[in-house]
Design a protein around this ligand. Structure first.
Ligand code: 3PG
Length: 307
């Protein structure tokens, strides 16, 4: 009987875990749960006899993959799969998948919330600004970017997007203006919402040059990954430009320094919470379970990311 292990350092909502268990057991598989672990070795040990693994941002290293002697599939319940060692998965013939779109709305709602939080001076006493009528730039028009654009329009913002991987027609159909370069996006927009994945091309790609192009009083909203920020460049830009603001859901390595040097201009959630809604947990968790059942029973490899 195939064993499905759910290993989440940051646990799913109880209702999502119950739903995953129901799907797994309903398919005739065994369900196992490892939650809130603090030692990565606990995952190495727990995966030893698992056929399938469901994780969130948990680091699925080469060691984890190799420890899973029976492992056939790993599903990242979420969008970004930079936490999976894809080369190790492929070398061992393990299929790696994500669940695109399943937690996007939750992340988009947080991005909008952070934009307003930033516009209102981090909810501290004093006069803030409104987002209506301001220009919003969507950096990468994927599942989350699309929702942020839609909600931004709902707030009366003028919405722009940069995404060389999405056709102009698709973006324009949503009433969003397309720009051809990131320079254009950042120099035009009062708010830029980041939705790029962290990979070799994007890591440290947002730094001094691009941030100093932003208009006066602009804010960068990051619900994507901290790795895409060049933190040294950001520090330099913020030191030169006393008007720039940063709100992020993924704490910068230099967060304490940013807050100390640039008080009132930098905010980070204590722990990534973009996908921390019951709805997102249920959507991504159940999709993961269904994808595993589909793969083990029918060989369905839809959403495989290590092709
Ligand atoms: C994602 O890539 O899906 C989001 O960043 C959510 O990640 P999480 O599962 O760690 O909350």
């Amino acid at each position: 009987m195939a064993k499905v292990l759910v290993a989440t350092e940051k646990p799913f909502a109880k209702v999502a875990v119950e739903g995953i268990k129901k799907i797994v057991e309903g398919a005739g598989f065994t369900f196992a749960l490892l939650e809130k672990y603090t030692d990565p070795n606990d995952l190495v040990k727990a995966v030893a006899d698992a056929d399938a693994l469901i994780v969130r941002s948990d680091k699925v290293t080469k060691e984890v993959i190799e420890a899973g002697k029976n492992l056939k599939i790993v599903v990242r319940a979420g969008a970004g799969y930079d936490n999976l060692d894809l080369a190790a998965c492929s070398a061992k013939g393990v299929v790696a998948m994500n669940t695109p779109g399943q937690n996007s709305n939750a992340v988009a709602e947080l991005a909008i919330g952070m934009m307003i939080f930033s516009a209102r001076g981090l909810f501290q006493p004093g006069t803030g600004t409104e987002i209506m009528g301001k220009k919003l730039g969507i950096h990468a028009y994927g599942n989350v970017g699309k929702y942020v654009a839609k909600y931004g329009k709902g707030f009366g913002m003028e919405v722009y997007a940069f995404d060389p991987f999405v056709s102009k027609d698709v973006i324009e159909k949503d009433g969003v203006k397309v720009v051809d370069t990131i320079e254009e996006l950042y120099s035009k927009c009062d708010y830029v919402s980041l939705h790029i994945p962290a990979n070799d091309k994007t890591k440290k790609s947002i730094g001094y040059d691009i941030l100093t192009k932003m208009p006066k009083g602009a804010a960068l909203i990051n619900t994507a990954r901290k790795e895409v920020i060049d933190e040294e460049g950001m520090k330099k830009a913020f030191a030169e430009r006393a008007d720039l603001k940063y709100a992020t859901d993924i704490m910068a390595d230099c967060h304490a320094e940013l807050v100390e040097k640039f008080p009132g201009r930098v905010f980070s959630t204590p722990k990534k919470m973009g996908a921390e809604t019951a709805e997102a947990n249920i959507n991504a968790g159940l999709a993961s379970a269904n994808q595993i059942v589909g793969f083990i029973k029918n060989g369905d490899k839809t959403f495989q990311v290590n092709k």
